[in-house]
Design a protein around this ligand. Structure first.
Ligand SMILES: [Zn+2]
Length: 595
């Protein structure tokens, strides 16, 4: 694929394109900065090109050099004005014959892609912790880079930490034993900049299978290994469906609770929130999702953030296929039905322009496009194709798609062309029934879009109706024997707001305020705010102060902000919680509360 114009990058990869990055970074936990060098090997696409343009945000650049054949000359550099979304272009003039640049730089404590945690913010309380989140355009806040998913690089790195800490990256070379403070990594497969990832802290490792394992703080390691025990099974299932796993190892890093996302599909090393450690493996769809990105997203990548649905819609579809294979059709069916509910909620909330799969994000932060829509509408679109063409044929189509575009970055137009040539062309009569334009370029859903239902969840919802009508007693609700998904469906099926006496009755019977399952806690706390159920006040504050996952905290702050008194309370909690949140989560909540 030729590099595609990306409105979220200053880079000019159609003239000069970076092919390899070699990093040498020291992790300074005292000053909350990374300091070192990035050496970039590039290729001139346009032989007359005389400059390299990189993306940066808030980097302190000390000096630059250009090189060829191991000889280095100091270079001028120009750091452009800072754009509030894109950061600053770093331009380095290139002498004829040069094929490398080296940039000496440091990050700032406010880098949007890094979070520095104090010992108190970790599980172990004794060592500091650092982790990165580069998607969508935060890699540029810790590495000067052509930060567009249309450009793929290999990388190598030397990372220096205090001697008693461990560094890991989205690369080969993650340590499983010895600590020493100097770690070397290499990433031989080509990846976009948003998959560059680093973490450092008091990390221990436990194997899960022959090519998988988990990193976590020592006190969380056993729980994490138990929760993720099915990882190899999921890998085998995904390989059976979509072809070989091409990244050699699949490890999982469990982060502290302030991680703003559920998971991040950093290649070879998924970053995961500890909020999925439910004890009963009921929330491991998250791992199926991040693993599925090893095909959709990491192997075949959206070329720009407009095409984000190619990453997330495909991955959500694949996730449910892996769920079905490993945990059965009932489980996957519940997930799909809950996903459809999420989509309906999102469609009620979003503006029309944000309901397009092929969304226009010009002039906006690409993080604005990260709603549930590309995930669930994208998955529904693929499901509609599966239903129309039959599972066997559609599976074959997807397998070929991953082969055809492996290690490439593609646009929605590239996908559409491939779809027409390889699926539609085989059956014109069926193709005529696909409202392609409506799926991709219009808001809402086309008529006849699939509506996944789950008989188990429908039965639970009926029981919620009976309970609220008074025809089923609390003691007859088998809450304790239900799965997490059924419990959620029961709570979602209740009228809102519920009166406080009824809230108290459920709480007394099922221990909802005290639950250790974060999905259930989130659903319950949202109901508690609506119902003004004060018995959950302390838990709500504790939840918001200790967890930074946006999926949970954003709707809770939004719910609080609906009344003046709630807003006051939200601000009081946020004052305590904000220092512990990731910069990305801070931006989100600042936007809701405008403190
Ligand atoms: Zn994803």
């Amino acid at each position: 694929m030729t590099p595609t114009a990306d409105v979220h990058s200053f880079a000019e990869p159609d003239r000069v394109v970076v092919r390899h990055a070699d990093l040498d970074l020291t992790v300074d936990f005292e000053r909350h900065i990374l300091r070192g060098t990035a050496t970039l090997r590039f290729e001139r696409i346009d032989p007359a090109a005389d400059r390299l343009v990189l993306d940066t945000r808030g980097l302190d650049v000390d000096s630059a050099e250009t090189g060829s054949d191991g000889r280095w000359t100091s270079a001028r550099f120009d750091l452009g004005p800072a754009d509030s979304i894109l950061g600053s272009a770093l331009t380095i003039p290139l002498p004829a014959g040069s094929d490398q640049v080296r940039i000496h730089y440091a990050t700032r404590p406010t880098a949007s892609g890094l979070q520095w945690l104090t010992p108190a913010q970790t599980a172990g309380k004794r060592h500091p912790f650092l982790f990165s989140q580069s998607q969508a355009i935060h890699a540029r806040s810790w590495i000067p880079m052509q930060d567009t998913p249309g450009v793929r690089i290999t990388y190598s790195a030397t990372v220096r930490t205090p001697p008693d800490l461990v560094a890991v990256m989205s690369a080969a070379g993650n340590p499983t034993g010895e600590r020493g403070g100097t770690y070397r990594f290499s990433m031989p497969q080509r990846i976009p900049a948003y998959l560059l990832a680093i973490a450092a802290g008091d990390l221990a490792f436990a194997p899960l299978g022959p090519r998988s394992g988990v990193y976590a703080e020592p006190s969380l390691l056993a729980r994490a290994a138990h929760e993720f025990a099915d990882t190899e099974k999921m890998m085998l299932s995904a390989e059976r469906l979509y072809g070989p796993y091409r990244w050699e190892r699949y490890d999982i890093l469990v982060l502290p609770p302030s991680f703003p996302f559920g998971g991040m599909e950093n290649p070879r090393l998924t970053f995961a929130t500890p909020t999925v450690l439910a004890g009963d493996r009921s929330l491991v769809s998250l791992i199926a999702h991040e693993l599925a990105h090893s095909w959709s997203g990491n192997l075949v990548t959206n070329a720009t953030w407009r095409d984000f649905w190619l990453n997330e819609g495909f991955t959500t579809y694949l996730e449910r296929r892996i769920d079905e294979d490993v945990y059965g059709a009932d489980f996957a069916g519940m997930e799909a039905a809950l996903g459809r509910e999420d989509l309906d909620d999102e469609l009620e909330r979003l503006e029309d322009r944000d309901e397009l799969l092929h969304i226009d994000l010009s002039g906006r932060d690409p993080d604005d496009g990260a709603t549930r829509l590309p995930y669930e509408k994208g998955a529904l679109f693929l499901r509609s194709l599966e239903e129309l063409y039959g599972r066997e044929r559609f599976d074959e189509f997807l397998r070929c798609y991953f082969d055809r575009f492996a290690f490439q970055s593609i646009t929605t137009a590239d996908f559409v062309r491939y779809l027409r040539e390889n699926l539609f062309a085989t059956d014109g009569e069926r193709a005529a029934r696909v409202p392609l334009e409506r799926w991709l370029e219009e808001p809402g859903l086309p008529p006849g879009a699939p509506r996944p239902v789950s008989a188990r969840l429908q039965a639970v919802a009926a029981m919620a109706g009976d309970w609220s009508a008074g025809s089923t007693r609390t003691s007859d609700v088998p809450f304790g024997s239900w799965t997490t998904q059924e419990r959620l469906a029961f709570l979602r099926g209740l009228p809102t707001p519920l009166d406080t006496a009824r809230m108290a009755e459920l709480d007394a019977a099922f221990g909802l305020t005290a639950t250790g399952n974060n999905e259930i806690a989130f659903q319950w706390l949202r109901m508690a705010i609506r119902a003004a159920y004060s018995a959950a006040d302390a838990r709500l504050e504790d939840f918001l102060v200790s967890i930074g996952r946006r999926k949970y905290i954003k709707p809770l702050y939004e719910e609080l902000a609906k009344t003046p008194a709630g807003r006051e309370r939200a601000l009081a909690i946020y004052r305590k919680a904000r220092p512990g949140y990731h910069p990305i989560a801070q931006t989100t909540i600042d936007g809701i509360l405008e403190p």
